[in-house]
Ligand binder design. Structure first.
Ligand SMILES: Cc1cc2nc3c(=O)[nH]c(=O)nc-3n(C[C@H](O)[C@H](O)[C@H](O)COP(=O)(O)OP(=O)(O)OC[C@H]3O[C@@H](n4cnc5c(N)ncnc54)[C@H](O)[C@@H]3O)c2cc1C
Length: 286
């Protein structure tokens, strides 16, 4: 189908982009990699009056350290850049592992970290990793920047804590140092969205028990989520298969699990428990 008519802007600066958002309000949409938005436009599931393309703003794509044990990643950084970055591979391999299982090569060459998070697909891969990492997201508005915790960012299906006049500009993730991580995704085919995706980032105490853990879950319900009740149960636990298995079952406790032709709610809930166990074991290398 052909999208409905819209004004197209390609601002050279963030300030210009923000002015356009303020001018058009809810009638404007930001365009990043276009891997989700272009389909929505063509299906007329989105019909903005104005499209603000971030592609010409030079300084939104970068990966560097902040000197305080964090990586700062510009919102327009593409999946392929994350997958190829030596810094990411060394300091936060969870992001590399996650980027590599998003869609196919074409999607990874165009799709951006910021677009993935702002789009808030309930089965998006990157949101799970960002939640497990307990990352922070920078929203830039016309007057100020504000930092949003990842656990407060995803509000519902395709809904986030971003205001209509804000742009997601940066993601701050802690470097992993002595923490171990893994992202595992159950999908029907390699380039498909997750039926279930589980990200784990954990630190083990000297005696091998779990000292601290962050989890991110995607594909299960209307939004990616961080099961803090499971994190609490894992803290202090021995990380052997029996102990992990006992805790893993509660990952969908209190969650309204989705069902569709690919997976019933019961099957999806079962998968979530199995994939949590596997992801923890993959993280600790057992
Ligand atoms: C064939 C195919 C397979 C795919 N498979 C997967 C998969 O396996 N896993 C997965 O996670 N995803 C998958 N995707 C989706 C892909 O990850 C998208 O790239 C991502 O969802 C959106 O990122 P984008 O940069 O393309 O954003 P766009 O499509 O340009 O934008 C998406 C939305 O986010 C908003 N937005 C974008 N950037 C910003 C910003 N900086 N600030 C505020 N709002 C912003 C836009 O206004 C729009 O509403 C697939 C897509 C395709 C086409």
């Amino acid at each position: 189908m052909i999208p409905s008519k819209f004004d197209y802007y390609s601002p050279a600066t963030l300030q210009e982009a923000l002015s356009l958002l303020s001018e058009y309000g809810d009638d404007a949409k930001v365009l990043a990699g276009g891997q989700s938005l272009v389909s929505l436009l063509k299906l007329r599931l989105a019909s903005p009056r104005c499209l603000v393309d971030l592609g010409s703003i030079g300084n939104l794509s970068y990966i560097h350290e902040d000197g305080a044990d964090n990586l700062l990643i510009g919102a327009m950084t593409r999946y392929a850049e994350i997958a190829e970055s030596k810094l990411i591979a060394e300091k936060c391999p969870l992001l590399r592992q996650t980027a590599l299982v998003v869609g196919d090569v074409q999607v990874r060459n165009r799709g951006t970290l910021g677009g993935s998070l702002a789009h808030a697909d309930p089965a998006g891969d990157m949101p799970a990793a960002i939640l497990a990492l307990k990352a922070d997201l920078k929203a830039t508005g016309p007057k100020r920047d504000r930092w949003i915790k990842s656990e407060d960012f995803f509000l519902g299906m395709y809904a986030t804590a971003l205001e209509a006049n804000e742009i997601l500009t940066e993601v701050r993730v802690p470097v992993l140092n002595d923490r171990q991580s893994a992202y595992l995704k159950a999908a029907r085919r390699p380039s498909d969205f997750a039926m279930v995706g589980i990200a784990v980032c954990l630190k083990r105490a000297k005696n091998g028990t779990c000292e601290d853990v962050g989890l991110g879950v995607t594909g299960i319900t209307d939004k990616p989520y961080r099961p803090q009740h499971v994190e609490a149960k894992l803290r202090g636990q021995k990380l052997d298969p029996a102990a992990i298995g006992a805790v893993a079952q509660s990952i969908t406790e209190g969650i309204d699990v989705n069902g569709n032709i690919h997976a019933s709610p019961e099957f999806r809930a079962h998968l979530a428990g199995v994939y949590l166990s596997r992801a923890i074991q993959a993280a600790i290398g057992s």
